[in-house]
Design a protein around this ligand. Structure first.
Ligand SMILES: *Cc1c(COP(=O)(O)O)cnc(C)c1O
Length: 389
């Protein structure tokens, strides 16, 4: 029987240019962004702002920190409600909890995006939406922004899975007031840990730069607003340290330049798997809307018969193919569902629960080639025929 032997978590090595840049930083000893001159972090901020078309960018310690910082800058206070997706990963409700606020969960659809009817129904419940483009699926952003603009809801986008993606030609992260990205190893560019924030709002930019721990050196930020803007917020923002260091910025800059090429590589692999999974019995692929341009760094499918999923997963795993399932009774690895977040008040999400019971998720590492995708496709098709028909 055919088996697959490569690891689903194996990363590509960093580009040589990143390794050289890291060595330069280490030889200099200047690893703190506000000590280095010129600063790699400031340069990354300029480059990321230009790349997304944003006025301001801020590099921080993690994607989770980016979201918490965004919520704090918007004035979210302990006890405040914050709308967010009922299906996302734990750093998202975690960022809401980090500022002492309360997640109000919105249903997700079978297309794996936030349910805009449920969002409209809950629009009067909170002044902020932390929108997660979970696993790269982007909702109809025109309609979403319409709903939120009418209800005066500030949108923060969680773009951990959509760096490089867009809706109707406009980059994800540029629809809401603030866009948050992660540069953690398993996202689209890799510094181990790290995060980036973009906004066009000068006051929010200044608040987030102060919050992230810039002391009185905030003017050294790569896209710093003018001094009079900082003057409005200086004493009012606590220092909640969460800066990015020089080493991380040095290794991210060359990767950002390669991201367009990496996106093509991901999407080639995605399309091979998508075509095969579409033909596999008992599995449905997720339709990708024409307005969405995505980065296929992972692939999801829905099983027609949820009670047979455990046998199917086991059959695939025995042959080296790893699925994650969102229907597990307990949280496993990086995968959890809203019922596992016990610090969040339990909320009724019957539609989301039905989707999660059927939802399977697979990473698509760039260390896989076309032949690897073929092998995975064969195994999945055979095991689906055995267990899901
Ligand atoms: C990874 C991730 C984050 C945050 O990332 P960290 O950098 O690990 O804090 C946010 N949202 C989603 C959906 C993620 O998968």
């Amino acid at each position: 029987m055919e088996r697959f032997s490569k690891s689903f978590t194996r990363q590509q090595p960093l580009p040589e240019a990143a390794i050289d840049a890291a060595n330069r930083v280490m030889r200099s000893g200047d690893l703190h962004r506000y000590g280095a001159d010129p600063s790699e972090v400031a340069a990354l901020e300029e480059e990321f702002a230009a790349w997304t078309g944003a006025q301001h960018a801020l590099a921080v310690a993690s994607g989770g920190y980016a979201m918490g910082c965004a919520l704090r800058a918007l004035g979210v206070e302990p006890g405040d409600p914050v709308l967010t997706n009922g299906w996302t990963l734990s750093p998202v409700p975690g960022a809401i909890a980090a500022v002492g606020a309360r997640p109000v969960l919105v249903e997700v659809t079978e297309d794996l995006v936030i349910d805009l009817d449920d969002l409209a129904a809950k629009a009067d419940r909170a002044p902020v939406l932390l929108l997660s483009h979970m696993r790269g699926h982007i909702a109809d952003m025109e309609r979403l922004m319409d709903i939120c603009d009418h209800a005066d809801i500030a949108v923060v986008e969680d773009c951990a899975h959509t760096m490089g993606a867009a809706w109707a030609g406009k980059p994800s992260g540029r629809w809401g007031r603030i866009g948050c990205y992660s540069t953690q190893t398993y996202k689209h560019i890799n510094s181990g840990e790290g995060g980036l924030i973009v906004t066009d709002d000068t006051d929010l930019a200044a608040r987030m730069m102060l919050l992230s721990g810039s002391y009185m050196l905030y003017a050294q930020n790569g896209t710093a607003p003018p001094e009079d803007v900082f003057a409005r917020h200086k004493g009012l923002m606590p220092n909640v340290s969460g800066r990015m260091d020089e080493l991380r910025a040095a290794i991210l800059r060359p990767q950002l330049r390669e991201l367009a090429g990496r996106t093509q590589d991901w999407n080639e692999r995605y399309r091979l798997l998508e075509t095969a999974f579409d033909d596999a019995p008992g599995l449905s692929i997720i339709p990708r809307p024409a307005a969405e341009s995505h980065v296929g760094s992972s692939i999801q499918v829905l099983a027609d018969t949820p009670h047979r999923v455990p046998d199917f997963i086991e059959g695939c795993a025995a042959r080296g193919v790893q699925w994650k399932w969102f229907g597990h009774a307990s949280a496993l690895g990086f995968t959890s569902a809203h019922i596992h977040w016990e610090y969040v008040t339990p909320q009724d999400l019957p539609h989301t629960d039905r989707v999660l019971a059927r939802l399977l998720d697979m990473r698509v590492p760039l260390t896989f080639d076309a032949e690897d995708c073929d092998t995975i496709a064969h195994i999945v098709t055979e095991e689906a025929a055995k267990h899901l028909k």
